[in-house]
Design a protein around this ligand. Structure first.
Ligand SMILES: *[C@@H]1O[C@H](CO)[C@@H](O)[C@H](O)[C@H]1NC(C)=O
Ligand SMILES: *[C@@H]1O[C@H](CO)[C@@H](O)[C@H](O)[C@H]1NC(C)=O
Ligand SMILES: *[C@@H]1O[C@H](CO)[C@@H](O)[C@H](O)[C@H]1NC(C)=O
Length: 511
């Protein structure tokens, strides 16, 4: 008996240890892959056999980690992102569907991916990065495995409904909007229209397109609606300290901050430069998708002049090897270990595009920001950081020598920003379990239970008009109307009877 239980124990442990996990991380942006790599290598490190479909792969070979590299996706989706700054939000929603089609189809049509689909391989779990690539959820039912959605931002219009999150436009800004969770009347009005437009456009245009891809690239006939709403767990890269406190269903797990590692030793030139920054240093990076070198020349010149007026040293992730008129207090490099630089005690401010990864790293290390948001969720992230008192917003349109210098003096001289950043840093780190361990726990939990149907929120099984009680409201209005007209009819009848009988009465009297 004892031997048997020991055997069962070993078998269970062994079985969980050797799970085969398929990860589908199609985002062409490198920063999203940083998240994917962190999560999937950790699973591999813990003994799982992972296979990752992505346009990127880890720099070194990792044990238990197999890469299915999809070429061409990065080139197919490239464009001048700085131009996106001025786009109308309705247009951005429509534009995103073009991106959705390209990303979804390029992955599915890839030769190696098709070979995997038509192989006899099996998986115990499928993790899909969820951002306008709904057809990729088809990998889960194709391999008869439970589905986990991984989302590189917070709760959003693109994925909250898969797990039955009721995402009210009154408190949830559309990711493209420059709003926070606290909106004025007119902001709520605008946000409501944006959200309604997004839902209608998605249901009528985007999802039928994704259904076609499912039909075309998977051998088995599958309905997109059945697959999407069968998400076991959704992992969100958010936390109240980096995004905002949101209403979340039981199957949503927030793991914001999981990708930030213990600081590593800096390259010697950067370390020396920062160690010697007795007045402090400013770090400037527009992330991995936006290239500072692509900024218009007059903006570049203004930035350089603003920097030259500072006592502080400046580090700039700049994609050209040289920059004309470089001031003495400026260090440029094509590649910078962002999180490790932010961890250096002499770094006092961070000029950023406000991507969620950068925001999370800045908050983690308690560094205040100057946000220059350009596209996607960056405007919302910066608005949220401004609301928390950890950032100054500097619109790209207004970026000039004077506005940048003013923002820099505000961040440097007003100690409130730094104080708030340190406060939110302690809040982000004050958690019962490290976010990466939490993520692994829930992933293994889904494997252990073969899915998580017991966490499925009833909202996913209702029609939208049932969910928002429109059928009930309609019914109540109907009942009230019936009641009103019945009473009206009754009163009229009684009244006319009374009138008739009094008339009769008076007639009789007269007679
Ligand atoms: C899967 O197919 C390969 C050949 O393509 C074969 O060697 C292997 O035994 C098969 N595995 C299973 C479990 O059928
Ligand atoms: C910021 O502080 C420095 C000295 O620390 C001072 O020279 C400068 O004038 C201040 N700027 C503003 C805008 O207050
Ligand atoms: C939903 O997922 C579970 C596993 O999590 C699976 O057993 C079930 O067949 C799936 N249902 C559909 C309709 O795909």
């Amino acid at each position: 008996m004892n031997t048997l239980s020991l055997f069962l124990l070993v078998a269970t442990v062994f079985c969980v240890k050797c799970s085969k996990i398929l990860g589908v991380f199609p985002s062409p942006g490198y920063s999203q892959f940083i998240l994917a790599e962190k999560l999937m290598t950790e699973l591999a490190r813990r003994g799982h056999e992972v296979t990752v479909i992505s346009p990127y792969k880890p720099k070194e070979n990792i044990k238990n980690y197999r890469s299915i590299l999809v070429d061409g996706l990065i080139a197919a989706t490239a464009g001048d992102l700085f131009e996106q700054d001025q786009e109308n939000i309705f247009k951005q929603i429509i534009f995103l569907d073009g991106f959705r089609k390209v990303v979804s189809e390029q992955i599915l049509a890839d030769e190696n991916v098709q070979r995997l689909i038509h192989s006899n391989e099996t998986f115990d779990l499928v993790i899909v990065e969820q951002f306008v690539n709904e057809a990729h959820m088809g990998f889960a039912p194709h391999f008869n495995a439970p589905l986990i959605s991984f989302v590189s931002f917070g709760i959003s219009e693109w994925s909250s409904h898969f797990v039955g999150n009721v995402r009210l436009p009154s408190v949830n800004p559309l990711s493209f909007a420059p709003y926070t969770d606290r909106m004025t009347f007119f902001q709520r009005l605008h946000n409501a229209f944006l959200n309604w437009f997004e839902v209608i456009f998605r249901e009528l245009v985007c999802y039928p397109g994704q259904q076609e891809l499912l039909n075309k690239y998977f051998p088995k006939q599958m309905r997109l609606q059945d697959i999407m709403y069968n998400t076991s767990i959704m992992l969100l890269n958010s936390h109240a300290s980096t995004t905002y406190p949101a209403t979340l269903t039981t199957s949503v797990i927030e793991i914001g901050g999981f990708h930030v590692s213990q600081p590593k030793t800096l390259p010697s030139d950067i370390k020396k430069y920062l160690d010697e920054a007795s007045e402090g240093a400013i770090f400037f990076s527009m992330g991995s998708n936006l290239k500072s070198a692509d900024l218009p020349k007059e903006k570049l010149d203004g930035i350089l002049r603003a920097f030259s007026k500072l006592k502080q040293k400046v580090l700039w992730k700049f994609e050209d090897s040289d920059i004309p008129n470089k001031p003495n207090n400026l260090f440029i490099s094509k590649w910078m270990p962002q999180s490790d630089i932010l961890a250096h005690p002499n770094v006092i401010a961070f000029i950023t595009h406000g991507g969620l990864l950068s925001t999370t790293e800045a908050i983690h290390h308690g560094v205040p920001m100057i946000g220059v948001p350009v596209f996607g969720d960056q405007k919302m992230n910066v608005a949220l950081s401004v609301k928390k008192g950890v950032a100054v917003h500097l619109p790209l349109m207004q970026l000039s020598e004077d506005s940048l210098y003013a923002a820099l003096t505000e961040i440097i001289n007003n100690s409130e920003y730094s104080k708030n950043a340190k406060k939110f840093s302690t809040i982000l780190k004050d958690q019962p379990v490290k976010p990466l361990d939490l993520a692994i726990f829930w992933i293994e939990y889904v494997i252990r239970h073969g899915g998580a149907p017991h966490l499925r929120n009833a909202a996913v099984d209702l029609y939208w008009f049932q969910l928002y009680l429109l059928d009930v409201i309609l019914f109540v209005v109907f009942c009230l109307a019936v009641f009103y007209y019945s009473v009206k009819l009754l009163v009229r009848r009684i009244f006319s009877n009374v009138v008739n009988s009094t008339r009769k009465g008076s007639k009789q009297k007269m007679n």
